[in-house]
Design a protein around this ligand. Structure first.
Ligand SMILES: Cc1cc2nc3c(=O)[nH]c(=O)nc-3n(C[C@H](O)[C@H](O)[C@H](O)COP(=O)(O)O)c2cc1C
Length: 363
């Protein structure tokens, strides 16, 4: 696959333990044109059989599904040979391979990869990694970086990465800070400057919290594409339009995909469900009890029941599909709490107001 045939407009960010196959398929239904996998640690792909097989299964299980591809796989590491050998294990199952130059975590600091390669002394290493990856792989190579310090050095590094063969560059326009990973506004001026200075496409990442932010970001930066992480976790439909999906609808849709393509760990699924519900219902009185019940679930069926029955009841709605006498909610229970309030404004959010098309899978 050539980079020019990839649609870079709407990108789901790489997120450790949250870029699983069912989530990628879900967001593809709602406007994402290109999802990333989470970062794979290059030496673990080579040395840890279970880790390799888990991620190979994640990449290959839905080969029957048109939304399975394209996908960008992301690698983290600092050794050229290791990265090239690791990339060869996955290149047949993805459409591009991205080098992580943004991870701020302690593990990245200790292992000296991700954002800890951004200081100028490591630029020759970055160039040699990107150059070797570009020459060795059958798929295009890209890089995702944070701002260098000082920030005006970012363009210099990006030009070197472009010269080494990267097909596009994503800028998460914040500097590295292990304690304040994603806090503070992203510096979109730097994305704009990068776009002016590079020949390859530039992807803007950071500061998108709502549908309207997408257009503001694109207008301001002129970036070729927009990458969204955290907001997509709460609202997987952000690229589809301004309507926020009903949290139970979207949770159940995600669970059905998990059932169709099993293998994602329950912990990852639970975290997704928490994000979907939290995005709109974190201020509801029942939210703490929902969190406790969520972490006590042991299967997808239990999760489905928690959402369809308990959560719907707590929201003051009729449980879905549970009609037996002992499960039928009393009117008092049904009206024990007001409905969802996405923005904490006191205005109820009735899912019947949402466009139906949004909730019907397109495949
Ligand atoms: C749970 C989580 C895991 C993340 N894991 C990765 C990762 O594996 N690789 C990476 O490059 N960035 C990772 N990030 C950073 C995101 O890709 C993105 O750059 C960052 O969240 C800023 O975008 P946002 O403001 O849209 O969230 C992660 C972010 C989150 C929230």
């Amino acid at each position: 696959m050539r980079a020019s045939s990839l649609d870079l407009r709407y990108i789901a960010a790489p997120m450790v333990n949250q870029s699983d196959l069912p989530f990628r398929l879900l967001v593809r239904r709602y406007g994402v044109t290109l999802p990333y996998t989470q970062m794979y640690i290059a030496d673990r792909l080579l040395e840890d059989r279970e880790y390799l097989e888990y991620h190979l299964q994640d990449l290959s299980l839905a080969s029957d599904n048109p939304y399975n591809r394209p996908v960008v796989a992301q690698l983290g590491g600092n050794d050229t040979d290791t990265l090239v050998r690791a990339g060869r294990k996955i290149q047949g199952l993805c459409d591009a391979i991205d080098l992580n130059l943004g991870c701020p975590q302690e593990s990245a600091r200790d292992g000296h990869y991700g954002a800890y390669l951004l200081p100028q002394k490591d630029w020759p290493l970055i160039e040699s990694i990107v150059s070797a990856m570009s020459k060795s792989f059958t798929v295009p190579v890209s890089a995702k970086l944070r701002l260098c310090q000082p920030t005006n050095k970012t363009v210099d590094l990006a030009q070197k990465i472009e010269g080494a063969g990267a097909s596009w560059i994503t800028l998460h326009a914040r500097t590295v800070s292990a304690k304040r990973r994603r806090q503070g506004a992203a510096n979109l001026e730097e994305v704009k400057r990068l776009k002016e200075c590079l020949g390859v496409p530039v992807i803007s990442n950071g500061n998108v919290r709502s549908f309207s932010d997408l257009e503001c970001n694109r207008n301001f930066t002129s970036a070729n594409g927009l990458m969204v992480g955290e907001t997509l976790l709460g609202n997987p439909c952000i690229f589809a339009g301004p309507t926020i999906p009903d949290p139970v609808d979207i949770s159940l849709e995600y669970i059905y995909i998990c059932k169709e393509y099993p293998g994602t760990s329950l912990k990852i699924v639970q975290t997704h469900i928490r994000h979907f519900v939290e995005f709109q219902c974190s201020r509801r009185s029942w939210f703490p009890k929902f969190r406790a019940a969520l972490s006590a679930t042991n299967s997808l069926d239990e999760l489905e029941r928690l959402l369809s029955f308990n959560v719907e009841r707590w929201r003051g709605r009729f449980p879905r599909g549970y009609k037996s006498d002992d499960e039928q909610a009393t009117p008092a229970e049904l009206h024990s709490d007001i409905g969802d309030d996405p923005k904490g404004t006191g205005v109820l959010n009735d899912s019947s107001d949402f466009g139906l098309a949004l909730f019907h899978p397109q495949v």
